[in-house]
Ligand binder design. Structure first.
Ligand code: COA
Length: 190
């Protein structure tokens, strides 16, 4: 059956360029490096990151996780950045569920416990959505967080991802099913 819509973005939207660094004021988003492995291990040792991302990580898995990002960029399935300042890695932000024909992507982020309380995630998210809209040509950037995670709700709101509603029992966590808030920002909102 022929599709009656044309793809909003064509293959190559990411892969024809190297993954860039992104400026976020005094923060810099840059591609992951092998030497970032201790920061990734620290992140996944944190109870809050384990709780909301539902993952643990060994040293080998941290190495593989870092090595996966250039592959995902080339395959145009995702894109991950280390959020840094002069002192080192503060957190991560990434595009997932990247859908070029529909010009949409999901965002994920965490901030290391020692770097929290400075709106690092919202500042990184603001820079990433600007990149997604202005340079990749995305139409919609969205995220979901558990209704039991108010800090993530504040991050989304502060970065202009409007709440669109609650998806009941939409994601399984280690303690069972959670209701999930959906947030999104459209390029037309900017
Ligand atoms: C969510 C997270 C990325 C935010 O980190 P951050 O950028 O340092 O955020 P801040 O500590 O500056 O707080 C951001 C906002 O949330 C609020 N907040 C922080 N902790 C909160 C809590 N436990 N309850 C309610 N609000 C909270 C802050 O007051 C601030 O609100 P404001 O924008 O009105 O000033 C970080 O807490 C984290 O990594 N958590 C674990 C992983 C996670 O939840 N990832 C997202 C999954 S969807």
């Amino acid at each position: 059956m022929p599709l009656l819509t044309t793809p909003a973005l064509r293959p190559g939207a990411l892969a024809r360029h190297p993954q860039p660094d992104l400026d976020a004021g005094d923060l810099r988003l840059r591609p992951w490096r092998p030497e970032d492995r201790p920061a990734v291990l620290t992140a996944y040792a944190d109870p809050a990151i384990r709780r909301w991302h539902c993952r643990a990580m060994t040293d080998d898995e941290a190495r593989d996780w870092i090595a996966s990002w250039p592959v995902r960029w080339r395959r145009e399935t995702g894109a991950g950045w280390a959020v840094t300042d002069g002192a080192g890695v503060l957190g991560q932000i990434s595009l997932r569920a990247l859908d070029l024909p529909e010009a949409q992507a999901e965002v994920s982020y965490w901030v290391l416990p020692a770097a929290r309380g400075r709106h690092v995630a919202a500042r990184a998210l603001t820079a990433l959505t600007a990149f997604g809209f202005d340079r990749l040509g995305l139409h919609r950037v969205w995220l979901r967080h558990s209704t039991a995670n108010p800090a993530s709700c504040r991050v989304a709101e502060r970065a202009g991802l409007t709440a669109e509603g609650t998806q009941r029992g939409a994601a399984r966590h280690t303690d069972g099913w959670h209701d999930m808030h959906l947030h999104a920002r459209l390029r037309a909102d900017t």
